[in-house]
Design a protein around this ligand. Structure first.
Ligand SMILES: [Zn+2]
Length: 517
């Protein structure tokens, strides 16, 4: 309710000032025309998402993406370079095949987690066992030998594979309440079951592995139909496999009822030693004040259960398309326009944090930075990130954005500084006026974010196109602005819990050597 009120208020405010301010600008018109009539988004998406695929840090596909971006920029006569900022464990995903072979044959939907050890080019066939509900860590140690030679199921069996919205649409009030209550109890019991082992999710995997288990089977449901989140493995010798809720439930029920199901797993992968990690930086040189910068920003890496289409190929495409358009219709910007395609955002904003550390001369001269990284949707939120005068300059720049794109954007000035979540935070921490172009959801959290369903078909190209137009216009306006943007920060409110004065987020060093231990 409160959101709606704010929305109406800011929209009206903007409309009023815009009718006066908006005049025809040939550059803005050319941006819209180029983005609409000569869009490269579908082609870029196909090449990046379908042909190269997911972009997990340390994989050959990540490096291939950096090289692809350089080639694209060069083909548009934009200079670009890969900047090495660190090293990571090199790993390449191969096939994952998982079949139930007893008591009946069924191919199961699932995949090995990132960095999972392989099965050595073989199929491993074995029975399944559910992690036991023991009294304490001592009884867990007594039970532990029973995992030898078995695949261990370590996730709770979800009581329903229907998302809550589906229950709420069709269920009776009583059955919905009952389902939620039962599920909460079951979750609490499961958390307790794991904690009674005396181990964490990380150390549990190691303990099972050392006790002779042949693989770890889990299911990280994402609360939507058919969707699982796929992160990284904690095992060092045996594979860790995520199985879709539907098939995991089947295995769990058969194991629980004493049917002694058997599965056959083949997981291929290659260890590639230590490999360098990069950011791709491209630039259109400024003609008047080349040492002042407007920066576009989006992380390039992804998790690899899907193809990282909405996290963050779409943000990447927005920035690439905006650069392509700017080079074509605004080839001689006043300030230098830079774009950063960051590596290893997913492991802690590492590429952007490294850039901030490595380029103090750029950091102190960034006029504004625009980052996009929360899905395929059109931008609907823009916060001033705690910069006191953000309303002045962002408000002024937004007046040039076509009404249909500008009007749905709920602004929040001066806002509060973001401490994380995506790469703009690396810059905000360094005092740079850096902003997040925040998208409408399109069920990002439950359906695409870090899931096996983050694929090309989820891209909403009209929204991505609209974001490319918005970004190109904001970059153009930030470049042309006669004034240098103010970096004055708001006084942060007192922390209600501690009573201490609020403090600006601190700059954090990147992990320069990752995945190796
Ligand atoms: Zn992301």
């Amino acid at each position: 309710m409160r959101t709606i009120k704010i929305f109406i208020f800011t929209t009206l405010l903007f409309t009023a000032s815009i009718t006066i301010a908006q005049t025809k600008d040939p550059v803005v018109e050319s941006i819209v025309k180029e983005a609409t009539e000569n869009s490269q988004l579908e082609k870029l998406a196909h090449e990046l998402v379908d042909m190269i695929g997911p972009r997990l840090v340390g994989t050959p596909q990540m490096k291939q993406s950096h090289d692809w971006a350089i080639a694209k920029y060069n083909s548009w006569a934009i200079t670009a370079r890969n900047e090495k900022w660190g090293e990571w464990r090199g790993w390449e995903r191969g096939v994952s095949h998982i079949d139930m072979v007893y008591p009946r044959i069924k191919s199961l939907e699932g995949t090995q987690l990132a960095w999972s050890p392989s099965t050595g080019g073989k199929n491993i066939t074995a029975e399944t066992i559910i992690i036991a509900d023991v009294a304490d860590s001592l009884s867990f140690l007594q039970w532990l030998p029973s995992v030898k030679g078995k695949f261990v199921l370590i996730s709770m069996n979800q009581p329903t594979g229907r998302p809550d919205y589906n229950w709420e649409e069709f269920g009776t009030k009583e059955s919905v309440e009952k389902m939620k209550k039962d599920r909460t109890e079951q979750r609490e019991a499961w958390t307790k079951r794991i904690s009674k082992t005396g181990l964490t999710s990380r150390t549990l995997a190691a303990a099972l592995e050392n006790a002779g288990a042949v693989g770890i089977i889990m299911s990280n449901w994402s609360n939507g139909f058919g969707v699982n989140k796929i992160f990284g493995a904690n095992t060092k010798k045996i594979p860790t496999v995520d199985i879709a809720l539907e098939d995991y439930g089947l295995l769990y029920r058969l194991t629980e009822s004493g049917q002694r199901p058997k599965i056959s797993v083949r997981a291929d992968s290659k260890e590639l030693g230590t490999v360098p990690t990069f950011n791709t930086i491209a630039e259109i040189k400024g003609t008047e004040t080349p040492n002042e910068y407007v920066m576009l920003s989006a992380h390039f890496d992804s998790w690899d259960g899907g193809t990282g289409a909405t996290d963050n190929a779409t943000g990447t495409l927005v920035m690439m398309e905006a650069m392509r358009i700017l080079k074509k219709v605004y080839p001689n910007p006043k300030r230098t326009i830079l774009v950063g395609h960051w590596g290893s955002e997913e492991q802690g904003l590492n590429g952007s944090r490294a850039f901030v550390e490595d380029h103090p001369e750029i950091i102190k001269n960034i006029q504004a930075l625009f980052n996009q990284d929360n899905g395929t949707g059109r931008v609907v939120n823009l916060s001033g990130q705690g910069f006191l005068h953000s309303y002045d300059f962002l408000g002024r720049w937004l007046t040039k954005v076509p009404t249909a794109i500008r009007q749905p954007i709920v602004t929040n000035f001066p806002g509060t500084p973001g401490g994380g979540g995506s790469d703009y935070a690396s810059f905000v921490a360094a005092g740079v006026p850096a902003f997040s172009l925040s998208s409408i959801s399109w069920s990002y959290g439950s359906y695409t974010w870090h899931t096996n369903r983050d694929t090309y078909d989820k891209i909403v190209f009209d929204d991505v196109r609209s974001n490319a137009i918005l970004t190109a216009i904001l970059a153009y306006m930030a470049s042309e602005d006669p004034a240098i943007t103010s970096r004055e920060k708001i006084v942060l409110p007192v922390n209600a819990r501690t009573g201490e004065p609020g403090t600006w987020p601190k700059q954090t060093p990147p992990t320069r050597k990752g995945g190796i231990n």
